[in-house]
Design a protein around this ligand. Structure first.
Ligand code: ZN
Length: 193
């Protein structure tokens, strides 16, 4: 029980520190241009630029032996929240990348709503995360790999764009899909050996 408390406190501290750093970056106007040159020298879209950064977060999860999923939230061309899957480290099934990114963004923006924000996540959100994203009133969800087992932004369920709920989000999928799914496949293949 004590270990759980310490881990949760550490997690909250990390989210707060991450938000403070993001706030400082926003104050310093460290926004990125709408288009930039990728590693291959070609111009890449805004969606690719942020998905590439979400993939770096997923790789951090991979290095920590967590299912490699990374997420970040952008408002006005600024990153306001980020997270990666930490369910093993925290012994917490709710510690998905998106949930952590939502908490981080709300803290950065001092708001319980993420109106006019876009979430970038390497794997299609599950029912829990899609539900939380609806409650956050986020404007747009961009994801990489589809999830046939739990995807709730169009694959298995469509919670995010369900007009019966009091809020819905625009969904864009398939951004860097191959890179995002290859990392997940690599992780699960290694676990099966
Ligand atoms: Zn989830």
């Amino acid at each position: 029980m004590f270990r759980g408390f310490v881990l949760r406190a550490t997690y909250t501290y990390k989210v707060l520190i991450s938000s403070l750093v993001l706030k400082q970056q926003i104050l310093n106007h460290q926004s990125l241009p709408a288009m930039q040159y990728g590693l291959n020298g070609h111009k890449e879209s805004q969606h690719h630029k942020y998905m590439r950064q979400a993939l770096i977060l997923a790789k951090t999860a991979y290095d920590d032996n967590e299912v490699p999923v990374g997420a970040l939230i952008v408002k006005d061309n600024q990153i306001v929240g980020k997270g990666y899957n930490q369910t093993e480290m925290l012994n917490d099934p709710t510690a998905h990348a998106e949930m952590i990114a939502i908490s981080s963004a709300c803290s950065t923006l001092d708001s319980k709503y993420l109106t006019d924000c876009t979430l970038y996540v390497t794997l299609e959100p599950c029912p829990m995360c899609a539900g939380a994203l609806v409650w956050s009133k986020i404007k747009r969800i961009v994801f990489g790999a589809m999830d046939p087992n739990a995807g709730s932004c169009g694959t298995l369920f469509n919670i995010a764009a369900n007009k019966k709920l009091n809020s819905s989000a625009e969904v864009i999928h398939g951004i860097m899909e191959t890179e995002c799914s290859e990392l997940l496949k690599k992780f699960f293949k290694e676990r099966r050996l």
